[in-house]
Design a protein around this ligand. Structure first.
Ligand SMILES: [Zn+2]
Length: 367
């Protein structure tokens, strides 16, 4: 079924229609013209999206029949330029180059009130209806969701800040310390960002994956040891790496359908008194994964789920990542392996999905 496009003439925007990729019934995309968003709230901002990213979360919806997402604009990693600001907006003006945070809660619940909006019970419906719309030409968001880019940070690099921010939240929850022995499971965008932040904290990092090209990149980004777990378990390597204690912290960064093995591995690799941080996402409705519960209990191994990002103390986690990127303490550029135009979005998703053959890590869409 083709999506029915609503066309309403509006007097406020420069353009009434915009190009966007809408999710089809089969879970692919249809690039078409839709109504452009209109600036109505006095403290919101309209931005022209320049680059969007394809994230692991997006891939979990690829070619899935999800009637509730049909004809919706997806995507939540983006950078661009401000086009128009509401009359109450301070510190932002048309032409500013920005990264746009898409973690937006309802603004009224207990968690939103204390800036822990990543835990807002209405996070997903609110995001989907407003700012989580990266695969399009324009987007609207509240003014506090825009972070200004220094001139030397490109839109492509800035698009990875959402990924880094997810990992920054996990880093903060982990209580990581200098000289910690860390295991990262999964060398996709999340795993490679987790690796870099752990290295920036002064930890030694072993990273695992089943794709050799991803592990090569991990080495270039500072991994102390890499292990391909396609045919063998990394347990012996982890033991050697940690002087036979096990990891102080293991980060599960694979997520999705492999969680059954990778979460089990993460707990298996953690030392007595160590921590397991769950960064990768579970598939919807996943309820049963068996773990070595007796060892977890007897060893007081802490399981720490991490969800999205927001603030840590007084700092927006996205701003923290932007600071690190601007100072060259993390590398986003090396993680961008492919770039496509919005018209080629289906090819871009195919490429990202088939990483075993394409070597894709971060796939960018130029809009
Ligand atoms: Zn809320």
């Amino acid at each position: 079924m083709r999506c029915v496009i609503l066309f309403i003439y509006n007097y406020h925007n420069m353009e009434e229609k915009m190009k966007a990729a809408l999710k089809t019934a089969e879970g692919t995309f249809d690039v078409t013209e839709v109504e452009a968003p209109k600036l109505e709230n006095p403290d919101w901002v309209l931005a022209r999206i320049k680059v969007a990213g394809i994230c692991g979360t997006d891939l979990r919806h690829w070619k899935k029949e999800e009637p509730e997402l049909e004809c919706k604009i997806m995507g939540h990693e983006m950078a661009g330029e401000i086009v128009e600001v509401g009359r109450e907006v301070k510190n932002l003006k048309p032409g500013d180059r920005v990264v746009i945070e898409t973690v937006l809660g309802d603004g009224t619940c207990n968690w939103c009130r204390v800036q822990k909006y990543n835990l807002c019970p209405h996070l997903y419906p609110v995001r989907m209806e407003s700012v989580s719309r990266a695969f399009a030409k324009y987007v609207l968001a509240p003014q506090n969701k825009f972070y200004k880019l220094p001139d030397h940070v490109s839109f492509e690099e800035a698009t990875l800040l959402d990924t880094f921010s997810v990992c920054m939240h996990a880093i903060q929850l982990s209580g990581i310390k200098i000289n910690d022995k860390v295991v990262v499971i999964g060398a996709g965008p999340i795993g490679l960002a987790q690796l870099q932040l752990a290295k920036a904290c002064g930890a030694d990092v072993l990273i695992t994956d089943i794709v050799d090209s991803a592990l090569e990149l991990a080495k270039e980004l500072g991994a102390d040891m890499v292990v391909n777990t396609k045919d063998k378990d990394a347990y012996d390597a982890v033991m050697q790496f940690t002087d036979y204690r096990g990891a102080d912290i293991s980060f599960e960064c694979a997520g999705g359908p492999t969680m059954e093995q990778t979460l089990e591995q993460a707990t298996h690799y953690a030392r007595i008194g160590g921590k397991v941080v769950i960064v990768g996402g579970f598939d919807k409705g996943k309820t049963s994964i068996s773990l070595e519960w007796q060892r977890i209990q007897m060893g007081e191994i802490k399981l720490i789920p991490s969800a999205s990002y927001s603030y840590w103390d007084i700092y927006p986690e996205m701003q923290m990542c932007l600071d690190l990127l601007a100072k060259g303490k993390i590398n986003a550029k090396k993680m961008i392996t492919h770039s496509f135009s919005l018209d080629e979005i289906n090819k871009a998703f195919e490429t990202a999905e088939d990483k075993q053959h394409t070597g894709a890590v971060f796939v960018a869409l130029t809009i």
